[in-house]
Write a protein that binds this ligand. Structure first.
Ligand code: NAD
Length: 441
């Protein structure tokens, strides 16, 4: 089979590489010439574990190519996937569909008599698939095509494994013929008995938003339980374990922290909220989740401020981790983008380090002292704050850290250490939803 993948971002590049690994001939196209040049030169424009090797082997096998010429990706393809960005529209939180519609319009111009399925992989509000179909019909009334919605559930940091071993594949279609093309593409997964959920276009589109919003709600719920724990002397990790072992609840997404961020949850919760309002069914739970999560970043600034004795004025804070989660270089809507400026606004000097995110972070954060590693960030700092739980921060040398820090104060916004061990190690230790311990006293 031959497919075109429009957009080589986190989703398009991973999906394209994985489909080629399944044996399809994949032509990836992007309007960003710099990205395509890099890919042609064997360089991967994003950080995603395992992606470089996967791309290299499929390029070498002749199944994966990169171009800026959309015609190459569309002509003769059984399916063309739209995997472009759908960021929040400035001001109102609706999903910005301009990239999706522009791609649909351009694709339409290259469609011909051979039946092609135009598949939306981007996360798009209900109704977008039908709009894509009407755009194509308007631009090219003679085109032989079907439309499908095939939302993507991969997570940055484990994207390849998620794509290759998904919990399910969701396919929304209007006609059986389009479903057959997609089923053939995903055949290697059916052989592994991956469930396929075949639905209408509308249901497939909504499944993606419902899934992300549910997960964002679960995170926000445990974050509020953590706040309560801090007041009543309970331990949120015990609560998470105690409820997570209940099969009806499940243990995932019950890690209390600084609030969800990233390229999906913030914009998708907002977009669902706006869709629901637009059709007169406001979703109060989702609205509250969005508001609670927004406020949480400021609370993290307060937490660090409190650990510094009530003010960060003139203090130096070492910040470890800037990306919204480990194993990615993605900084989109990362909690650090509010926490770091909040600390600077309070008069602090921030010394920061992130293993992969600093290139992007330097474009987004001003007035930060950029450091080469975790220990150089700690040099002379009054407080050490762990904002992202990269593996390399999980086994810090406490003695070395204490020798570098001006004060042995650690604020662990990801609960990667245990209060008992930090007491033992001689730190004043603050975490999320667990008792404060003072081993420095
Ligand atoms: P991204 O911003 O990393 O990549 C989008 C790419 O599309 C860019 O390289 C851009 O240059 C390109 N592009 C835009 N218009 C184009 C056009 N007309 N022709 C060709 N290329 C074009 O975005 P992403 O993170 O890959 O997300 C893509 C979609 O997938 C979004 O809707 C997102 O919500 C969804 N999604 C993302 C993730 C994730 O973890 N990033 C997971 C699941 C779903």
């Amino acid at each position: 089979m031959r497919i075109g993948m429009v957009g080589v971002g986190y989703v398009g590049l991973v999906s394209g590489a994985c489909f080629s690994e399944f044996g399809a001939d994949v032509v990836c196209v992007d309007t960003d010439e710099a990205k395509i040049d890099k890919l042609r030169g064997g360089e991967i424009p994003i950080f995603e574990p395992g992606l470089e090797a996967l791309v290299a082997s499929n390029v070498a096998a002749g199944r994966l190519t990169f171009t800026t010429d959309l015609g190459d990706a569309v002509r003769g393809s059984d399916a063309v996937f739209i995997a472009v960005g759908t960021p929040s529209r400035r001001g109102d939180g609706h999903a910005d569909l301009s990239y999706v519609y522009a791609a649909a319009e351009e694709i339409a111009g290259f469609l011909a008599d051979d039946y092609t399925v135009v598949v939306t992989k981007s996360t798009v509000p209900v109704g977008t698939g039908r709009e894509v179909a009407s755009i194509i019909r308007r631009v090219n009334p003679d085109a032989s095509f079907g439309v499908a919605s095939n939302p993507e559930f991969l997570r940055e940091g484990s994207a390849i494994d998620d794509f290759m071993r998904p919990d399910r594949v969701v396919i929304g279609v209007e006609e059986a013929r389009a479903a057959e093309v997609l089923k053939a593409l995903y055949r290697p997964l059916y052989l592994r008995e991956t469930p396929a959920v075949i639905t209408s276009l509308e249901s497939a589109e909504l499944i993606k938003y419902a899934a992300n919003t549910f997960l964002a709600t679960k995170i926000t719920f445990i974050n509020e339980i953590a706040d309560l724990c801090e007041k009543v002397g309970a331990d949120v990790q015990d609560i998470a374990r105690g409820i997570g072992l209940d099969g009806r609840i499940g243990s995932k997404f019950l890690h209390a922290g600084p609030g969800y961020g990233g390229s999906c949850f913030p914009k998708d919760t907002l977009a669902l909220m706006q869709t629901a309002r637009k059709v007169g069914v406001p979703m109060r739970i989702v609205e509250t989740v969005v508001a609670v999560n927004d406020a949480r970043k400021g609370r993290m600034v307060d937490k660090i401020t409190q650990a510094c004795g009530g003010s960060v004025e003139g203090k130096t804070i070492a910040v470890l981790g800037l990306t919204f989660k480990p194993n990615t270089d993605d900084m989109r809507d990362s909690p650090s983008l509010e926490i770091v400026p909040g600390l600077c606004k309070g008069g602090a000097t921030v010394r920061a380090f992130d293993p992969q995110g600093m290139g992007e972070a330097k474009e987004l954060l001003n007035g930060v002292v950029w450091c080469d590693d975790a220990y150089s960030a700690m040099q002379g700092a009054d407080c050490l704050a762990i904002v992202t739980e990269w593996n390399e921060f999980r086994a810090l040398d406490f003695e070395r850290a204490k020798a570098l820090l001006a004060q042995p104060v650690l604020v662990d916004l990801r609960n990667i250490y245990r209060p008992e061990e930090m007491l033992e190690a001689g730190f004043q230790y603050y975490s999320i939803g667990r008792p404060v311990v003072n081993g420095a006293a």
